[in-house]
Structure formats: structure tokens, C-alpha cells
Design a protein around this ligand. Sequence first.
Ligand code: ADP
Ligand code: MG
Length: 296
Amino acid sequence: ATPTALMVGTGRGAQLGILIKGPEVLESTRAVDTVVLDKTGTVTTGAMALTGVHAVDGVSEHEVLRLAGALENASEHPVARAIAAGAADAVGGLPPVAADFANLPGLGVRGTVDGHLVLAGRVRLLEDAGMALPPSLARARAEAEERGATAVAVGWDGAARAVLTVADRVKPTSAEAVRRLRALGLRPVLLTGDNAAVAASVAAQVGIAAGDVHAEVLPEDKVAVVRRLQEEGRTVAMVGDGVNDAAALAQADLGLAMGTGTDAAIEAGDLTLVRGDLTVAADAIRLSRRTLGTIK
Ligand code: ADP
Ligand code: MG
């Protein structure tokens, strides 16, 4: 590829809403055959809302929202922001969180609120702390996940006490984006830290095969999924938005960051999709093939 052709490709990219780190980036897209898509914030809007509160007998919704809301208020995660906003609306002011607050990436949050040691996050986080869900909460969780919602377990003082449901929506353009990626001969793969039921629901909505869904993947293991695909002989593009996607974006043969995502993702990516529109990922790959093709 001549430098001039690559510069033309770069300029066309800017018009399409694609920021390219350097003209040489286009070279690496040529052989891409697999596109790994992060779920939250990439395939879905990431603009989640609190949609339900299920507490065990003897615990009020108000208390759940006060404690979980206060704790999530200290986290930047989209799930956390939905819970903090919903809780603040429902109960008014939220109490402070003690200095022991800990953000547990890909799992949830922990901290002391009103003298209670509170955990909020994946069911697994609570189970690992010896707080299994009682049947009523396990049922609430299963119903939420069947609908494609995310269930957040809340426990304090050694017992699981509530399940909050948070719903996200698939972006209106995601199914079309997957169709276009397939039309380019690429195999779409869904990669998420969220649970298998939510991941399956999102995959079905956008047309990703059940066998190409990797769910409940911890942030540090996302990079391993990309590496494994590469070891199978695939040339991998990864599209992501989160801090938890940065290592996988760097490992991929081509990293595409959502411009609506975190700075860490944008720094790790080779390309930025300025408007956060996944259909532009297909444009980016088509553009680079065309740019390189014209000068072959
Ligand atoms: P994704 O890979 O889909 O972008 P993450 O790896 O950031 O998601 O998180 C995985 C899962 O962990 C989330 O879907 C959510 O269920 C849970 N989780 C992460 N952080 C929090 C939090 N602060 N509060 C509640 N749940 C959380
Ligand atoms: Mg994400």
C-alpha cells in the first residue's frame, strides 16, 4: 500500500466517523476474519435503568435501595449508575460509604454503609462470600435473566437480602451491524462478563450463534479469549468500550474502541468509532479492504 492511498483511506475514515491512529493500522484489517464484540456499551446501549427490587421477607425495599444505592453511588460502572440513580429517586438522599469501599471489577462492589458491610453485584460475588440466594431471590433472578435483564444480588451482614433488576437495551443498529459484518465474511463473537442467560438473549436479538457466545468472562480473562481465537488461526478484531476491554483491544489484531466509551479503551484501540455505532465497524473494515485493494 502506498502512503498516499493509506492517507486517502484515513481521510475517508474521518468522514465516516472513524478515527484511525495511524495509516498503517489499515494494513492489519486486511486479514481479519473474526470480530469479537463486547456486550455492555458496545452491542447494548449501556444506558441501563433500575427496573425492579425483590427483597426477602422482613427487609423493606427502602432499606435495600438506601444501602445498595449508597454503595453503587461510589462506582462508575453502568449497572452501578443505574442502581444509584434509581435508588436516589426512590429514597431521596443516599447515606455515605465508609473508607473501606472496594470496586471489584467484573463482579460488583463492597463497602460499609450505615454500619452494615454490604455487597452488591454478581450472584457469584455473594456466593463466594458465603451468601447463597434463598429460593425467593433465586426465582427473581431467574425470571429477570429469562427476560434478558441483569440481576444484581445485594447482601449485608452475612446474608443475601435482595435482588435488583437492571435492564439494558440492544442498540437499534446492532442487528444490522452484525448482518453487515457477516456479509463481509466475518464471524461475530459475543464476549461479556455478564451472565450466560443475558448474553444468550442479546446474542439471539442481534443474530450471533449460541456457540459463539462467551459469557461470565472476568475482565482479566477477556484477553485470553482473544488469544485463544488467535491460536486457533483466526485474525481477530475486537470492539469494546470499557476499562475491562482495554487489554483485549490491545491483544486483538485490530482493536476498535467505541468513541462513547472509556479513555482506557480509546487509548488501547487502533481505531475509534466516534459515534459508538457498531455499523461503522463494518464500514471501517470495508474501507480498509477497499483502500488496500485499489493499490494492489
Ligand atoms: P461487560 O463485559 O458486559 O461489559 P463487566 O465485565 O463490566 O460487563 O461486568 C460483568 C458483570 O458484573 C455485569 O454484567 C454485572 O452483572 C456485574 N457488575 C460489575 N460491576 C458491578 C457493580 N458495580 N454493581 C453491580 N454489578 C456489577
Ligand atoms: Mg463494556
